[in-house]
Design a protein around this ligand. Sequence first.
Ligand code: RUB
Length: 312
Amino acid sequence: MTDALRLVEEVAWKIKRMEIRGATAILRASLEAMREFALRADDRELGEHFRRAVDLLLNARPTEPAVRNALLYLTYVFRESGDLREARRRVVDASQRFLAILDEALKRVVEYGWRRIPDGGVIMTHCHSKTVVNILVRAHREGKKFIVITSETRPLYQGRRTARELAGSGVKVYHIVDAAMRWAARRFKPDLALIGADAITSTGVVINKIGSKLLALVAREFDFPLYVATTLLKLDVRTLAGEYVPIEMRDPSEVWPDAPSGVEVLNPAFETVSPECIDGIICEAGVIPPHDVLRVFKELYPEIWKVATQQE
Ligand code: RUB
């Protein structure tokens, strides 16, 4: 294996092992890896291993359509280039451009999102979404006072990261076990729930960490709204053609490393939250209803749309 490809493999491995995790971080790392691959590979490597580099990153975590959208775009640019010299330049440029689109989109999500946070309110969240954390930290910096309830997010405890980051920024946090979500809603009467997204389907279904639907149902029962904060770059265009977003099943040992024989441990990483449970998607176009995601995506990203719907 060549050095350039090894670098991509290392990033893919870190994504698989969840040293790099969260949809946005995975997208960013994948784009940076492809940019570095294009810069470091010699012409022969670039020509021979481009597809392999893309596949390594695509397969690192299956439930990540933003990575797919980005890598299909780079593949399109690569294929459309006249020669390898042009391909290198265009892949590097396109990676940079995609990263800039991502940064701009995230900035806007935070800009719309922090205004939604009620002053003096209680907010519930689940897992760790950088987008959600950025919104909450910004709302705090804008002078809003509120409490956040974080759930621990078994088996890998991403909720602790959320709690640590928020508390580190001065936000008051209560941390609970996942099974205490309903208890917390009863006790604290939250004003809203805010979660991130790994994937969005053409009909506005959101896929996020297992436990997200539980929170959505708690929000329904106790009558507070659930918002999803995400860039629309996570739209899985394949769902328009009838396909399902694959839900990643992870290693059972994350749940119970020495489970007794006869016990089969199941470890789904994500689950769907249906649009009826979502009061709004806080995205780069503002706060929109879930059923509008496809229309807005096409409007915002016509080029990505074209490439992602045309390519294998
Ligand atoms: C993380 C998760 C996050 C989304 C959005 O799951 O479900 O809510 O990825 O994150 P995992 P972001 O820890 O399994 O990757 O807003 O940072 O894109």
